[in-house]
Design a protein around this ligand. Structure first.
Ligand SMILES: Nc1ncnc2c1ncn2[C@@H]1O[C@H](COP(=O)(O)OP(=O)(O)O)[C@@H](O)[C@H]1O
Ligand SMILES: CC(C)(COP(=O)(O)O)[C@@H](O)C(=O)NCCC(=O)O
Length: 325
């Protein structure tokens, strides 16, 4: 009797634009890239509560540094092809390669961004790497209060998104001395008169909660060019929401013993109450601000990232998903 093969045997593997790699598969892709940082340098770049060490740098961030070096080189070729085509209308000189780093509050994206900055700057092809965090583009506290947005801090509407996009567009266009406002975690506000200047870097890293958000349509209903449209590559730092919540609360506890003690800290009042009372405030902030923002705005942008790095409960990266199409 002839039996037909089961349906599933015939089913083609589902087409996906991603390649999923385990930690060890990904770490094997570092090839012979040398380790450019010392343990002391990694220590200096590590954020509060993060556990990144030299093993993590070797296994996770070296392959990424190698991949990005290859991408920057390929992008230069593409740029010269475009310049040849455009002739006089092409850009005068190289435009920076722009990398977005996205993820929840307290997921550790600033450590990832700082590590990438240090590692990418060691390549002779692109030594000038600038890092900008989007918190500088938050509306000043007074304006957030006036608009009733204090409990929406970090949500897309709490930023001057137009200024942020203009900033990245200007850097990408190769303008000299482009400036951005500066935020202070200490005062929980924009630093009055503070400016950060970026001058024609080889690479610009833009780190923040909402960097992968699509642009809102204009008043005429037309789509606008958004921040992420200027990215040549993007990284989403991912983890289970419960783990991130734990990291947020732990960090709050440790900040209470350190940065909050500073008389100019906005959070100084939480050093004057019991730890339990302070933690109650942090739990409420997580539940009413950071978690809804993660669920409604940040996590839905994950699929737009060129690379998703997934951390386990111990902060160590377990899996990596790279966009290949
Ligand atoms: N209230 C605070 N006071 C001082 N530093 C803070 C405070 N909140 C966050 N930070 C620091 O600011 C940096 C950015 O934090 P965050 O925006 O939560 O992003 P992530 O944890 O993903 O890097 C971290 O290095 C963190 O330790
Ligand atoms: C400043 C932040 C919005 C992060 O901004 P980002 O650098 O991602 O633009 C965040 O750290 C924050 O302060 N969130 C408000 C709720 C809280 O106090 O945790």
């Amino acid at each position: 009797m002839i039996t037909s093969p089961s349906r599933s045997a015939h089913r083609k593997p589902e087409a996906t634009p991603y390649v999923d790699l385990t930690r060890s598969e990904w770490s094997g892709l570092r090839d012979k890239t040398p380790l450019p940082l010392t343990a002391a340098e990694v220590e200096r770049l590590r954020g509060l509560g993060d556990v990144i060490d030299l093993n993590e740098v070797r296994d996770i961030y070296l392959p990424l540094s190698r991949l990005l070096n290859l991408y920057v080189g390929a992008n230069d070729h593409l740029r010269s092809a475009l310049n040849t085509f455009l002739g006089e209308r092409g850009s005068q000189s190289g435009t920076p390669f722009v990398i977005g780093v996205a993820g929840s509050v307290a997921v550790g994206k600033s450590t990832v961004a700082r590590l990438l900055q240090a590692m990418l700057a060691r390549w002779p092809e692109h030594p000038r790497v600038e890092l900008v965090t989007t918190d500088g583009f938050l509306l000043p506290m007074r304006e957030l209060q006036e608009r009733g947005l204090m409990s929406r801090k970090g949500f897309p509407e709490s930023y001057d998104r137009r200024a942020l996009t203009r900033f990245v567009a200007d850097v990408k266009a190769g303008k000299d001395a482009v400036t951005a406002p500066v935020y202070s975690h200490l005062t929980y506000d924009i630093v009055p008169g503070g400016r950060l200047t970026v001058s024609r870097p080889d690479i610009l890293i833009v780190e923040g909660l909402n960097v992968l958000q699509p642009a809102l349509p204009g008043k005429d209903g037309r789509t606008r060019v958004g921040l992420a449209d200027y990215f040549d590559f993007s990284v989403y730092v991912d983890a289970r929401t419960d783990d991130i919540r734990g990291w947020y609360l732990n960090r709050f506890k440790r900040l209470r013993e350190t940065a909050f003690q500073d008389p100019s800290s906005y959070f100084r009042k939480y050093t004057q109450v019991t730890e339990e009372e302070a933690l109650d405030y942090a739990r409420t902030t997580w539940r009413t601000i950071n978690e809804p923002n993660l669920t409604e705005n940040v996590a839905p942008t994950r699929g737009r990232a060129s690379l998703v790095i997934r951390k386990g409960p111990d902060h160590k990266v377990q899996r990596v998903r790279l966009r290949k199409l």
